[in-house]
Design a protein around this ligand. Structure first.
Ligand SMILES: *Cc1c(COP(=O)(O)O)cnc(C)c1O
Length: 359
């Protein structure tokens, strides 16, 4: 820390991204990226013509992309917001919709950035305890009100709420914005975005990073009534009006035009997820039924930290969190079939080792 840093940031604990190591080639199952490349139309869209235009600023309204997203989801363009990854949108939303006397409310076990944004913007928050099975009970968010933020499906558990449960939360918080983070919704949960037509307090946030294979391009989008979208734009235009670059805009338009390709990939990932769930259960793991592109698993005999490091030694990266109530778990992204078969071979070996220690 320099002696110049504003005091209010002295104690800020920033977000810890999953490792992106470059020391050796790992099978990367730690940050929920897609095993599939972007659509071929994306590669075509990032062409020399587009590159030759990089001297010009991109369209700050992201008009063409918003129009294409609106078309695909059958909403109006005024109901769509795009930004530099959904993290960017979450940041604007925490700035816009809480603070003063309004606290943020989110599950205790969820996406780590919610706490970071609360701290960054000096917002009080309630981290709502989970149920025994690590699910979130929607009723808790109907009683304890505020700017409610819920990842659905949740990360890192993969457990999803139903749209009717979300509607209850929205209905019971008419004085607050309810933000549903649908980063993983394409992997088997139901999206609640059609509810924006009925409720002016619902903001649904999504991303091109997971199901649309573009984590490296940084592109997120959100749905809400016009007034909410206008608020987000106010903050965007006060921070960085050109937050989505020209190449990413072109990539996004191309990706939206090849939606079937991505939805097919999601089906393949879901199928593989079910296969790995079965195999790991057979090996003795407790696997939380997941609606996302990852599995949250534990093994009674082996500590989460041990599983993580033994896998890493053998070239497979997964994610381990040290929070007390989930420290026994590891989170495994669903990669390619080959990668998952390697994982399953290695977990078998690690379990055998555990058996040897035990005897
Ligand atoms: C990955 C993830 C994001 C961040 O997505 P970006 O669009 O890459 O910024 C947001 N929310 C959740 C729950 C995520 O897992």
């Amino acid at each position: 820390m320099s002696r110049f840093l504003n005091k209010k940031y002295e104690k800020l604990k920033s977000y810890t991204p999953g490792e992106q190591p470059r020391d050796m080639k790992y099978i990367k199952l730690n940050t929920n990226e897609s095993p599939f490349p972007p659509s071929p139309l994306v590669a075509k869209a990032i062409n020399s013509k587009e590159i030759s235009m990089l001297q010009l600023y991109p369209d700050p309204q992201c008009g063409e992309l918003c129009e294409k997203i609106a078309e695909l989801y059958s909403v109006k363009q005024e109901n769509v917001f795009v930004a530099n990854g959904s993290d960017d949108i979450l940041n604007f939303a925490f700035m816009a919709f809480c603070g003063d006397r309004k606290k943020a409310v989110f599950p205790e076990i969820s996406y780590g950035f919610y706490k970071v944004f609360s701290d960054l913007h000096n917002i009080e928050y309630t981290a709502v305890p989970m149920m025994e099975d690590l699910s979130a009970n929607y009723k808790d968010y109907c009683k304890d009100k505020g700017f409610v933020v819920i990842a659905n499906p949740n990360a890192p558990t993969g457990i999803a709420l139903s749209v009717s449960e979300i509607e209850e939360i929205v209905k019971n918080n008419l004085q607050n914005v309810v933000l549903i983070d649908e980063a993983y919704v394409d992997f088997g949960a139901e999206s609640c975005y059609p509810l924006i037509n009925k409720y002016d307090n619902l903001l649904v946030v999504s991303t091109f990073s997971k199901s649309r294979s573009m984590a490296g391009a940084r592109l997120g989008f959100a749905f809400g009534q016009k007034e909410l979208i206008d608020d987000l734009n106010k903050l965007k235009y006060s921070t960085n009006p050109y937050n989505v670059n020209r190449l990413t805009l072109a990539a996004g338009v191309a990706a939206i035009s090849d939606n079937d390709y991505y939805m097919d990939n999601c089906k393949k990932i879901i199928k593989l997820r079910e296969y790995v769930t079965e195999e790991l259960s057979e090996q003795g793991f407790d696997v939380i039924p997941s609606k996302a592109n990852f599995l949250f698993v534990k093994n009674k005999k082996l500590e989460g930290e041990f599983l993580y490091s033994e896998l890493k030694k053998r070239g497979v990266l997964v994610r381990h969190f040290s929070d007390e109530i989930i420290k026994d778990y590891i989170r495994i992204s669903i990669g390619s079939k080959d990668d998952m078969d390697v994982l399953l071979e290695i977990t078998k070996i690690i379990i055998k080792m555990g058996d040897i220690y035990e005897n």
